[in-house]
Design a protein around this ligand. Structure first.
Ligand code: G3P
Ligand code: MG
Length: 254
């Protein structure tokens, strides 16, 4: 498995986490996308990166304080360019429907929830199953406890532990930096999802590979870094610029 996924879609060129960004990533030859999930006030999983919608829509406020119908009123495209005007927030259901038909693979990132009893895991897994995507999904999160819950609920789904410097501090997962391959192996997860900076460590991909752990790395927009990643055995490269990375990797492989 060597995959190129659009980070939030082809987010360098289209409003992130919208249908337009997903369609463009697929057109550019990506195998699929990485995308982010939150739950609305009425418990609908939706595609959105930030906790609030101020950055990427003409609305204001927190996703978890609005219903899906309320969120649908806002424009999530115009901020990126007039040609994207009219893009609406997608539900995870709409995303999975698109993914089933158009993507080889999708990485679903569950954003952390403040509510311990949040059904975000159950609802996501339910939709993955409904669209027959169990063997084409990697579920990941900076919230490793949430991923343990997912693993218990659905042992057959691929699970990844996300980590980067700022999230390590915020989420109390600093243990991962002492020995990431061992940490992920102890959790019994299938993937490590490090920020690309962590791949500077000599032999780190081999250490994961020896333990049977795949590596999915983000965000890689430079062709030579993507080439290095795949040479070292990275399974999945996540990029804002699928066109650039697909071209570079094809040039090497052909
Ligand atoms: O899943 C990789 C990456 O998306 C994690 O960070 O903040 O872009 O969701 P973020
Ligand atoms: Mg993400």
């Amino acid at each position: 498995m060597s995959l190129i996924l659009g980070h939030r879609g082809a987010s360098a060129y289209a409003p992130d986490n919208t249908r337009a960004a997903f369609e463009l990533a697929v057109q550019m030859g990506a195998d699929g996308v990485e995308t982010d999930i939150h739950l609305t006030k009425d418990g609908i999983p939706v595609i959105q990166h930030n906790y609030e919608i101020d950055r990427n829509s003409n609305g204001k406020g927190y996703v978890e304080e609005m219903t899906f119908e309320e969120l649908k009123q806002f424009d999530f495209g115009a901020w990126k360019g007039e040609q994207f005007k009219g893009e609406r927030i997608m539900s995870l259901e709409e995303c999975m429907e698109f993914a089933e038909k158009n993507m080889k693979f999708i990485n679903l990132e569950l954003k952390q929830t403040m509510h311990v009893d949040s059904p975000i895991v159950e609802k996501t897994i339910e939709l993955v199953k409904k669209y027959h995507m169990l063997d084409r999904v990697l579920l990941s999160s900076f919230d490793h406890k949430l991923m343990q819950k997912a693993q218990l609920q659905c042992p057959e789904i691929l699970i990844g532990a996300l980590y980067d410097e700022s999230e390590v501090k915020q989420n109390n997962i600093s243990e991962i930096l002492k020995d990431a391959p061992q940490y992920v192996a102890d959790l019994g997860f299938d993937f490590a999802n490090p920020h690309v900076d962590y791949l500077c460590e000599e032999g780190i991909v081999d250490k994961f590979t020896e333990k049977g752990i795949g590596v999915a790395v983000w965000t890689v927009d430079k062709p030579y870094i993507a080439q290095q990643c795949f040479e070292r055995g990275v399974k999945c490269v996540i990029t804002n610029k699928p066109d650039v990375i697909v071209k570079a990797i094809r040039a090497v492989c052909d």
